[in-house]
Design a protein around this ligand. Structure first.
Ligand SMILES: [Zn+2]
Length: 196
């Protein structure tokens, strides 16, 4: 089942999400639906708050990035077959120089901006079978993890922009909350009155 993606302005995107117990009802189904929702919207990552659930859960399939010819061999290796479920994730460390990448977000359609983040991240998390992993990622793989991790901390990429940039996109963001945006996947808008 495809969930509607919650749009910018919904309070659920601002919550620090809660840990998930192993016996959480219908977790398998929720994860399945999140994959379906993400692929349906051509995303590379999706966090549970984006489908209205304030849970520490996100899914990533970064394989589309592996086609980029400008990547290093190490990056291609990290991205090829990178399809993972992250439950109760905690970032342990971030290292390296900050670099800019043009980010977008399924909750903030048609807005893309350069965001600076450290190049390396070490994260611990449980997979869908509740096995614990601690792994270090660099480059684009790290980037997607950092973006999705921010969602479970109630942070959006637009928070990381300069105050000038924030002012420039303020009107766009307000319109997104009201549903005044063209988007080709199902969404739920916090300030849209009436039907949908
Ligand atoms: Zn996002």
């Amino acid at each position: 089942m495809i969930y509607p993606v919650v749009a910018y302005g919904d309070p659920v995107l601002r919550k620090v999400a809660k840990d998930i117990p192993q016996d959480y009802p219908k977790l398998k189904e929720i994860i399945e639906n999140m994959w379906e929702t993400m692929y349906g919207a051509s995303g590379v990552g999706l966090a549970a708050p984006q489908v209205g659930m304030p849970l520490r859960l996100f899914v990533i399939d970064a394989t589309p990035f592996a086609d980029d010819e400008e990547l290093t061999e190490e990056e291609i290796n990290q991205l090829t077959g990178f399809k993972k479920v992250f439950i109760n994730a905690q970032i342990e460390e971030e290292n390296g120089d900050e670099w800019a990448f043009n980010e977008g977000c399924l909750s903030i359609p048609n807005v893309r901006e350069d965001v600076f983040r450290p190049e390396e991240v070490t994260i611990s998390y449980l997979d869908e079978n509740f096995n614990k992993h601690t792994e270090t990622y660099t480059g684009l793989a790290a980037r997607v993890i950092q973006h999705e991790y921010d969602h479970i901390e109630g942070i959006l990429f637009t928070d990381k922009l300069s105050s000038l940039k924030k002012r420039l996109i303020k009107g766009k963001l307000a319109n997104i909350s009201k549903g005044k945006v063209r988007v080709d996947y199902r969404m739920r808008f916090p300030e849209l009155k009436g039907r949908r």
